[in-house]
Design a protein around this ligand. Structure first.
Ligand SMILES: [Zn+2]
Length: 351
């Protein structure tokens, strides 16, 4: 029974939404419990666009950490049409920024400030390429005439491929990939060492049919939306290959139950409460638990030129129950992914 207990280097989460205020306080302990570091998304209201914003936000995150928990937030800048390349470069040099995030305008939650035309930020991208600052991309076109299930593949062809050609040394992470096209694209560019891709836990487990199983399941609605089964299989293959460009990024994105269970519900799955347990399940189902450490703990730091963790965590193959509602404030709560369900794995903490 070699895999009833796995000890791996402490993982990092390369794509997290921590929000702010009461929500930050409610959700941060879950991410910080399992992960040593996290790339923190900048889509607050208003977004984190400057070094000063990021420095202040990092301070609020550190202040919200439970006592005795070691956790390093890695901050990102929200690119806009008006991003100041000088400020960005200074923030990166000073260790405030780890990366910058490109949201096509209106692609997802709080992205109304995003970049309206990528050509407008060419000087910023040139500067980022020069200094080796990674560009993190939400890879979906926002054209409402493009079918929602095709928006990632169309983005890759029409925007990402030309972008990589225009900026041949820019380092890019295609975030939360959901399609076989994305996996193929990343593999085709893998030799350059300048492209990475994060894969969420929920996209390894659900396909688009799950969103409509027995009725509409608002808590499984996220962006990019889950695709058909062939794509999920491609994601599992990529994640469990252990190959360098693919690494863990949960895209855990808390919204209150009232915001999710509404006539026009928000996009996002809150997976931080049991992320490693869920990933372990996906890797076990693929017979690839021996690749979990590469995906969760090694490939990400290598891409970001950071040291791998010297801490170790343990996962045990004994049932655990995903947490129930998490209270944010009076009358507001977040429902974790697979809440109330029994999971096959348990997180045993650091060892
Ligand atoms: Zn996200």
């Amino acid at each position: 029974m070699p895999f009833d207990r796995i000890v791996i280097r402490r993982p990092d989460d390369w794509h997290v939404h921590l929000r702010d205020g009461a929500m930050l306080k409610a959700v941060l302990p879950f991410t910080a419990r399992q992960f040593g570091r996290a790339i923190v998304m900048p889509n607050l209201k208003p977004p984190v666009t400057t070094t000063a914003d990021a420095d202040a936000y990092r301070g609020r995150i550190l202040a919200a950490l439970p006592d005795g928990v070691s956790f390093t937030p890695l901050m990102t800048a929200y690119l806009t049409d008006g991003t100041d390349a000088g400020d960005l470069a200074r923030g990166f040099a000073d260790g405030v920024f780890a990366a910058a995030k490109l949201y096509p305008a209106n692609a997802t939650t709080n992205s109304a400030h995003g970049v309206t035309d990528i050509a407008r930020i060419a000087p910023v991208l040139e500067r980022m390429a020069e200094i080796g600052m990674p560009l993190l991309i939400h890879g979906e076109v926002t054209d409402q005439s493009v079918d929602i299930f095709d928006r990632e593949a169309v983005f890759i062809d029409s925007i990402l491929a030309p972008l990589l050609e225009r900026h041949p040394t820019l380092r890019v992470v295609l975030e939360h990939v959901t399609t076989s096209e994305a996996v193929q694209f990343v593999r085709a560019h893998a030799a350059s060492g300048r492209i990475g891709a994060t894969i969420t836990a929920h996209h390894l487990l659900i396909n688009r049919s799950h969103i409509f199983q027995g009725g509409i399941r608002p808590h499984l609605y996220c962006l990019p939306i889950a695709k058909r089964e062939t794509h999920r299989v491609a994601l599992v293959e990529a994640a469990t290959s252990g190959d360098g460009p693919f690494f863990l990024g949960t895209d855990t994105a808390p919204h209150t139950v009232t915001a999710k269970e509404a006539a026009c519900g928000c996009a996002g799955c809150f997976t931080a409460a049991n992320a490693l347990e869920v990933y372990a399940e996906a890797f076990e189902d693929a017979g690839a638990l021996d690749k979990l450490e590469a995906f969760a703990s090694l490939n990400g730091p290598r891409f970001y030129n950071l040291p791998v963790s010297e801490e170790r965590v343990v996962l045990e193959r004994r049932p655990s129950v995903a947490p129930d509602l998490i209270l944010v404030s009076e009358g507001d709560a977040v429902l974790p992914f697979r809440s109330g369900e029994t999971l096959r794995w348990s997180f045993g903490g650091t060892v």
